[in-house]
Design a protein. Structure first.
Length: 309
């Protein structure tokens, strides 16, 4: 099997995949003049990579989100696409979500503001059972995050487009389910894929449904959030808006522009898309398994390009 890798750390990926697939011919993509291969293993490849390859039998996306790949103007149609499923990212994003939930539930945001004024004042704790958390998106990662927070003792509401049943999670679905979830959660965590159906799902109308003083954590995709609506909901530094604060890891355009008002907003915490770095060992196992299965004509779980995930 002939494989081409397109990634910032392509050499590292080549070595780790060769350990698992010693008989494969694995090449690192150069700017142009790449040989024809059977499979492309890539993260955000440019259109030119697809323009050159005329005989691809499968694509492995080196990430959980396939939005960038599906938006590639030269992506060939009808070829199976496999993506990473959790691969250890769920636990990392679960820890990120835990940090964010604790930040608001244990009032670290308030203590930061108090410290700026040398103010020594203890705030009464709202206990975990009284702090419902909503997780939008119950794919592999959203499910893991929901389960980790449920194990910590928070009542967890999960939402997906189609009905799901998960032990220990109150599952909602569809438009009505989203409404029900939004009206009762103190922290909302967005882990939906970026698709035409999810773009700006957190808009003015949906932000207004959250209880006053709710908080938002977005380790998913920046396009899920209508940014002007978020800024309006947060209000100013001193007068708390409807929304108490936001922890944001993903933005519609990355890196976040230096002049973005989000950087300087006192109620926003920003991290540089670090919530779920791909653990290379677990990911390489999935990639090697997918390549092996596809090359042997065995069934693999593929992406549905129409659904966008
Ligand atoms: C990262 O954002 C990914 O989709 O894996």
């Amino acid at each position: 099997m002939r494989v081409l890798i397109y990634h910032n750390d392509a050499e590292q990926w080549r070595n780790i995949l060769l350990e698992r697939l010693p008989d494969a011919e694995i090449q690192v993509a150069a700017g142009s003049g790449n040989p024809q291969v059977d499979y492309l293993v890539a993260w955000k490849p440019p259109a030119s990579v697809f323009d050159e390859q005329t005989a691809l039998k499968g694509i492995v996306n080196l990430g959980a989100g396939v939005d960038a790949l599906l938006q590639n103007p030269s992506l060939p149609r009808g070829i199976p696409i496999v993506k990473l499923r959790d691969a250890g990212m769920g636990e990392l994003i679960g820890d990120y979500a835990r940090y964010g939930v604790l930040h608001f539930q244990r009032d670290f945001d308030r203590y930061r503001r108090q410290q700026a004024n040398s103010e020594w004042r203890e705030v009464a704790v709202v206990d975990k059972p009284d702090w419902p958390v909503g997780v939008l998106g119950l794919g592999a990662i959203g499910t893991r995050v929901a389960q980790m927070l449920a194990a910590d003792g928070y009542p967890i509401h999960g939402w997906s487009r189609s009905p799901k049943q998960l032990e220990g999670i109150t599952c909602h679905h569809g438009d009505h389910g989203l409404d029900t979830l939004l009206r009762q959660v103190k922290t909302l965590i967005t882990l939906l894929p970026d698709t035409p159906a999810t773009r700006h799902i957190i808009d003015r109308g949906n932000l207004a449904k959250l209880p006053a003083g709710a908080s938002l954590i977005n380790p998913g995709r920046g396009t899920l959030i209508d940014e002007p609506a978020l800024l309006d909901a947060l209000g100013e530094a001193e007068s708390e808006g409807r929304l108490r604060g936001a922890l944001l890891d993903a933005f519609p355009s990355e890196p976040l522009a230096a002049d973005s008002p989000l950087w300087r907003h006192p109620r926003i915490l920003i991290t540089p898309h670090m919530a779920g770095p791909t653990p290379i060992g677990a990911a390489a196992d999935q990639v090697a398994d997918a390549l092996d299965a596809m090359s042997k004509g065995k069934a693999v779980e593929t992406v549905d390009p129409d659904a966008g995930y």
